[in-house]
Design a protein around this ligand. Structure first.
Ligand code: HEC
Ligand code: HEC
Length: 188
């Protein structure tokens, strides 16, 4: 389906649910498409799809721009990001960031590998993300281990080439260390 079809479908659903009594924000309505993968309550069913609710707004905005520009290469997300009207990118990111990060039950705690201290320099002492010397760093705490591990590998192999410092750092880590870090972050 094209984005416009999704938007029309989502609009129709909202109209049914509310009886058309309340005018919905068209951007919120169109973003129903996003939740089909990223989770209707913010928790994706597939652990290779990242949690984005409550993620850093400026980070989300940059990723959407990077997917559009092809600086971050992913077929699905490039077309998804292109479907968000350019002038609405920042507002879309803010709406997503304002939603509550999902509280996941039953996530195993894992010990902190020594290299985690390096990550805290930019991703924050609590690994919740925020301002860093390399721009806004994303929250890693509570993210899916599978997704984090995938992305670390993608940086190391230059498959994800939208942040040079991250690529350089990930090349220096073994696959085993990346897996340990990913499990640690997921359990926070
Ligand atoms: C068909 C499933 C699907 C849909 C629909 C979808 N996404 Fe995604 N999204 C993904 C996958 C898979 C990734 C990870 C891609 C990668 O490896 O770069 C992702 C990644 C992202 C990221 C990067 C998060 C991070 O931590 O780096 C953002 C932001 C995002 N999506 C926003 C959106 C928005 C906004 C929409 C709706 C306009 C949307 N997505 C719709 C599957 C989807
Ligand atoms: C010098 C600052 C800096 C340091 C140190 C750093 N990062 Fe990052 N990291 C960033 C920035 C900035 C981004 C966002 C990149 C982008 O714009 O796509 C990022 C992105 C990531 C992502 C992608 C998350 C997502 O949602 O897609 C992962 C995973 C990650 N870092 C892991 C780590 C790990 C593991 C360490 C420690 C070994 C680390 N980082 C150290 C700055 C840093």
């Amino acid at each position: 389906m094209k984005w416009s079809d999704w938007a029309v479908l989502a609009l129709a659903c909202v109209a049914l649910n509310t009886g058309g009594a309340r005018a919905a924000d068209p951007l919120e309505t169109a973003m129903q498409t996003c939740w089909s993968c990223h989770g209707v309550a913010g928790e994706p069913k597939d652990p290779t799809i990242p949690i984005i609710w409550g993620q850093q707004a400026k980070y989300i905005e940059k990723q959407l721009r990077d997917y559009r520009a092809g600086d971050r290469d992913n077929q699905i997300m490039s077309s998804m990001a292109e479907a968000v009207p350019f002038k609405e990118l920042a507002r879309a990111a803010e709406l997503i960031a304002a939603k509550a990060w999902p509280q996941r039950a039953d996530v195993a705690k894992a010990p902190a590998p020594e290299s985690a201290a390096t990550c805290q320099a930019c991703h924050g002492a609590d690994l919740m993300g925020g301002a860093s010397p390399e721009g806004i760093a994303p929250r890693l705490a509570g993210q899916f281990a599978e997704y984090l591990d995938d992305q670390m590998g993608a940086f190391a192999r230059d498959q994800r080439a939208n942040q040079k410092t991250m690529s350089a750092m990930m090349k220096a880590l073994s696959a085993e260390e990346c897996a340990r870090l990913a499990k640690y972050f997921a359990g926070l």
